[in-house]
Ligand binder design. Structure first.
Ligand SMILES: [Zn+2]
Length: 316
């Protein structure tokens, strides 16, 4: 049996033909046409799913289900995309609109949840329960899989780990609260901390790494300078790991996952600059000092969302 998973991103739509082991057999993608309405986009998703199916030479009957991962709040019971921050979906009956083009079972998931499912079924968290996945990007996305099933809370918006308040009275978050974890622990937070440190340390190698331009600082910048032994970069990373640890310690104490899987560009850093010292910090701060939870790097990259969306039908 085969499944189709679609990852709906702000810039690209990617569909993958996926087998029941979570391997991607074929892929199709298109850039997002920003002029499209939510209804146009639903038709576009159906057409992209068809493209992935045909690439694999399968008939419609050969596809068990289609799953769609959306950057926003979805209700799989009703098949509606409730809202998205950066796309035109708002109370959009995606399942119904999709099925007008192709009458196949359609499942909806949040993109961070789909990434968690992908890593659980086929990535570095394979078979681990509970698996918590955090994605360090513009914000911090979160998802949890327990015994193969996605945990999304009572009304689908659970596991918004990025909005745990770790710095009361701190920076104002897009959600309206102050001091949310993602203001400090996301790639955005790391970039801000790096820029602040650069302004105070005009001699730091960080300036060379980004060509003397604060605007060119990326999540990888402090890691690059730290590898050369730059003191300012090492200090930035130490402070960043402290911020990450604050949220991770709470996740470990409340949920005790078997694995916390970390994704997003920042997670590709060398172990000695991120995962190894971070694991020590979390262990030190956790209630259970034996720290049975392992921190691991995500292994599927952007494919996690496609695999997880495809296997939503087995995971809800
Ligand atoms: Zn927030």
């Amino acid at each position: 049996m085969a499944y189709i998973g679609i990852d709906v991103g702000g810039t690209n739509l990617v569909a993958g033909l996926v087998n029941d082991q979570g391997a991607i057999l074929k892929k199709a993608s298109r850039p997002v046409d920003k002029s499209m309405s939510d209804r146009d986009l639903c038709r576009e998703l159906a057409s992209l799913a068809e493209e992935a199916r045909l690439a694999g030479g399968l008939s419609r009957e050969g596809i068990q289900a289609v799953g769609v991962g959306i950057p926003g709040l979805v209700d799989n019971k009703t098949g509606v995309v409730v809202m998205t921050a950066n796309m035109p979906f708002r109370n959009t009956p995606l399942r119904e609109l999709f099925q007008r083009e192709w009458d196949v079972p359609v499942y909806l998931g949040n993109d961070a949840n789909c990434a968690a499912l992908g890593e659980y079924w086929a990535g570095s968290a394979k078979g681990c329960s509970p698996t918590v996945m955090i994605t360090l990007g513009t914000g911090i996305g979160g998802g949890m899989v327990v015994d193969g099933k996605l945990f999304t809370g009572f009304a689908n918006s659970g596991m918004e780990v990025g909005h745990m308040v770790t710095r009361p009275g701190g920076l104002t978050c897009g959600c309206g609260n102050q001091g949310c974890w993602e203001q400090y622990g996301s790639a955005t937070g790391l970039i801000r901390m790096t820029r602040e440190a650069m302004e105070q340390n005009p001699d730091s190698l960080l300036w060379q790494v980004c060509g003397g331009d604060l605007e060119k600082v990326q999540g990888r910048t402090p890691f690059q300078a730290a590898k050369e032994g730059d003191k300012t970069a090492l200090e930035v990373l130490e402070a960043y790991r402290q911020e990450l640890a604050l949220g991770l310690i709470s996740l470990v104490n409340v949920l005790q996952p078997e694995v916390i899987c970390m994704g997003g560009g920042v997670s590709n850093a060398d172990d000695e600059l991120l995962l190894t010292p971070l694991t020590e910090l979390v262990k030190k701060g956790s209630f259970d000092k034996t720290m049975p939870t392992r921190l691991v790097r995500a292994s599927l990259g952007n494919d996690a969302g496609v695999v997880g969306a495809a296997l939503l039908c087995n995971s809800l």
